[in-house]
Design a protein around this ligand. Sequence first.
Ligand code: ADP
Ligand code: GLC
Length: 490
Amino acid sequence: MVRRAVSGTLPVLQLASEAVPLVKTGGLADVVGALPAALAEHGIAMRTLLPGYPAVLAGLAERQELSAWPELMGGPARLLAGRAAGLELFVLDAPHLFDRAGDPYRAPSGGDWPDNAERFAALGWAAREIGLGALEAWRPALVHAHDWQAGLAPAYLALAGGPRPGTVLTIHNLAFQGQFPASLLAKLRLPAESFTIDGVEYYGAIGFLKAGIAYADRITTVSPTYAREIRTPALGMGLDGLLRHRADRLVGIVNGIDERLWDPGRDPHLPQPFDADRLELRAVCRRALCDELGLDPATAPLFCVVTRLTWQKGMDLLLEALPRLLGLGGALAMLAAGDPPLEAAFAEAARGHPGRIAVRFGYDEGLAHRIFAGTDAILVPSRFEPCGLTQLYALRYGAVPVVARVGGLADTVIDANDAALADGVATGILFGPPSVEALVDALERAVELFGKPEAWSGLQRRGMSRRLGWSNRAAAYAALYRALAGPQTP
Ligand code: ADP
Ligand code: GLC
């Protein structure tokens, strides 16, 4: 399956730690899984390098061994090629690093795997080898690394010192930086001279994301607003200085949604397909969801959240705002996983308000789809949000987004203020700053608007008709790649 790029197409290698449908803990997987097909329409032949987790190896068809390393970060490793779910994959099969079921980053007992530095350095090293031409038959013009797990790839390529492909790093979330002890430098195959403030050094440690930001030819993040925010001390998480320094290389491109997987008109997870022209059919999904979750269908508006439970997502703010949400007559459907104390607090709220609050903990793809299709509105009170995908899925499925005015949320939802309503452009409710008071205020506005059926269904229809797919966004990536392609010399 390894063949030369058709003339006119640009071969690009992306590497990441997750990709839908093989392995997913968050939106990163959605983006990585969707990019290759979206980019193919723009003449980009993208292949994806993933770690050989059991789920990835199990899903790999047309498997072919391309090369082997007797020793890579503590054990033997092989590079496999194959296909899965429409993706052309390279898989780093290194059982000593990746043959572990469950969460890709954390041990079942909780806590990060102690060898995460070696695990993801190996991934970056494999990308370096492919980038430098280890596979005769396929050589990328460009290497695109996603998040800290891939952050060493641009560093390894730059430090190799010879002609190399261009490199792009995408920051999906600056809160996860991958910091490891300096004592690992040699083991991670990083030269001593790279341990400087301009290199991989970060507050005395090795920073994987920092290294990617320092060495990549271009840096992208997943919305223009987040691209601005991360250059400020408030949201730069210690990297704002470097990001300001590299600002001329930094651009924000909003994520799209994969319209093959997220289309209420033909979504196998839904009891009833619907679209903006058949909005009344949505009521079937709402009733079925209420049945499934044990909610009283008469209570409205029915809000939802589908989220990781972390400080980022502001679910503690929602917990405090719950009495007001109920006081306004609303209900809540929650699908979430994460912080145990928050899970416990929401579980208790559900016990205290049967029929009004329903919670499901754990990861459930089908239920996520049914929730977007069956609730009236989604709440995303994030303290920061690089892009956010759930508000996009909600828009597409007719659940009105009520979101904090940060990051990609600010870039993808148009607030229903009087002017936007009059102009017929509003799609949801924005509030700021992320606080309990502002959230309560937004809930009050949402309930008031919900009481005006025409205005509400206008918001729904407009959101559902927005162009949320990848096509424009993929064009932006393709333009970026083309500007960079071709061998870079030191
Ligand atoms: P983040 O990547 O920060 O978690 P995003 O909004 O970009 O946030 O992406 C989250 C993705 O994970 C979406 O596809 C969302 O539907 C999904 N998701 C989050 N929590 C769950 C859950 N408990 N079950 C199923 N899907 C979930
Ligand atoms: C991250 C961010 C989220 C973004 C996703 C995909 O996990 O938290 O805002 O949508 O990556 O880019």
